[in-house]
Design a protein around this ligand. Structure first.
Ligand code: KG4
Ligand code: ZN
Length: 353
């Protein structure tokens, strides 16, 4: 009979717990090994090339590719960390938010490993995991602080009150910022994922098109919206075509980026003020955007907060961040899952607090 309760209880306060993290919420199959928050390996099998020709992630294809890659990334993560399953203290897995079929593969893999080795299974919230990427590179980082998770699925401002305490203090009311980047890129004929391509082209463009004519004010409840911005780009491109004018793709990229990021940066600054936060951390794929990174650093210098951000490889989906989130749960004896754990596609921040 599987029972890992005893091993789980022994993890309380254990600083050097060895955590195997598993991530499969979207189009990256990933596994990583951490000792505490020290990264020993971080293996990512990206499916970008598979989904490119469809212009976005096809959920069913993503699930199938996760099943092909899951065991391989786990083996490689253990090998690179110089250990075996016998050295692992707990398995941490993303169980939401994300694509349900994709999540199911990671959760099933983690359950099988936990069961075969009698290891505790720790359930991890993907959005909170993104925040934890910051602890890996900044071993001195301690809560409380404010976090911005800007990704393909989320634009969330979180108040992080403790290692296991997350509260949502701001978000988008419609599209996520990464989704807007990807949709605008598609309109411009750029390859998926569009964010990095827009980032590259924006560097050679000028922010001369005013896409946010009517939307320049920060909402007092820290609510954002991106669907209108996307429509503004559609209308602009339409107008150019009708008038037979050439479109300067670089200028569209630069103008869109400024519109998408400036209001977000102001909103995060307002939230930091409201929460009395002296540290703001960035997370999620869009946090690797060069304009967003520079803008948040200058906002921090202006408004008086320290702004931290992970290296780009830890901004986009990875399993090291999942293992880090799992470590803090294990350390405080939280979020033990049983073998009937089900993935939750629309999991909310703080659902496990
Ligand atoms: O965090 P992530 O890997 O997956 C989700 O949890 O969604 O984020 C992926 C998103 C995509 O929308 C991608 O276009 C965007 O992050 N992204 C970027 C950049 N790199 C990735 N957006 C803007 N600039 C970038 N440099
Ligand atoms: Zn993500």
């Amino acid at each position: 009979m599987y029972d890992a309760t005893e091993k789980y209880l022994q993890l309380k306060g254990k600083r050097d717990a060895v955590i195997l993290g598993i991530e499969s919420s979207c189009d990256e199959t990933a596994a990583a090994v951490l000792v505490g928050t020290q990264m020993r390996s971080n293996v990512i099998a990206s499916q970008i090339d598979v989904h490119k020709r469809f212009g976005g992630v096809v959920p069913e294809i993503a699930s199938r590719n996760h099943t092909l890659a899951a065991c391989k990334v786990v083996d490689e993560a253990l090998q690179q960390a110089g250990c075996t399953l016998n050295d692992v203290d707990a398995v941490a897995v993303t169980y939401g938010a994300g694509l349900i079929g994709a999540l199911l593969v990671g959760v099933s893999t983690a359950k099988a490993l936990a069961m075969s080795m009698d290891l505790p299974l720790i359930k991890v919230n993907h959005i909170e995991a993104h925040v934890c990427a910051n602890y890996i590179e900044r071993q001195d980082l301690k809560p409380p602080f404010l976090a911005l998770v800007a990704s393909g699925g989320h634009t969330s401002i979180l108040s992080v009150k403790g290692y296991n305490e997350y509260a949502l203090v701001g978000s988008t009311t419609d599209d996520a910022i990464g989704e807007a980047f990807d949709k605008v890129a598609r309109l411009l004929g750029l390859e998926y994922p569009g964010g990095p391509n827009i980032d590259r082209l924006a560097k050679n463009g000028k922010s001369v098109i005013d896409f946010y004519k009517h939307k320049k004010h920060v909402n007092k409840d820290n609510l954002l919206s991106y669907s209108g911005l996307k429509t503004a780009v559609v209308n602009y491109l339409h107008g150019c075509r009708q008038r037979g004018e050439n479109v300067c793709v670089e200028d569209v990229c630069a103008s869109f980026t400024t519109a998408a990021v400036d209001l977000l940066a102001e909103t995060v600054t307002q939230a930091a003020r409201q929460c009395g936060a002296d540290t703001v951390v960035l997370a999620g794929g869009v946090a690797s955007n060069s304009y967003l990174r520079a803008k948040m650093l200058s906002e921090g210098a202006r408004a008086g907060f320290r702004c931290l951000m992970p290296s780009p490889v830890l901004c986009t989906d990875n399993a090291a961040m999942v293992a880090a989130r799992g470590f803090f749960s294990a350390y405080e004896n939280r979020n033990l899952a049983s073998l009937d754990l089900n993935p939750v596609s629309n999991l909310r921040v703080g659902a496990d607090s």
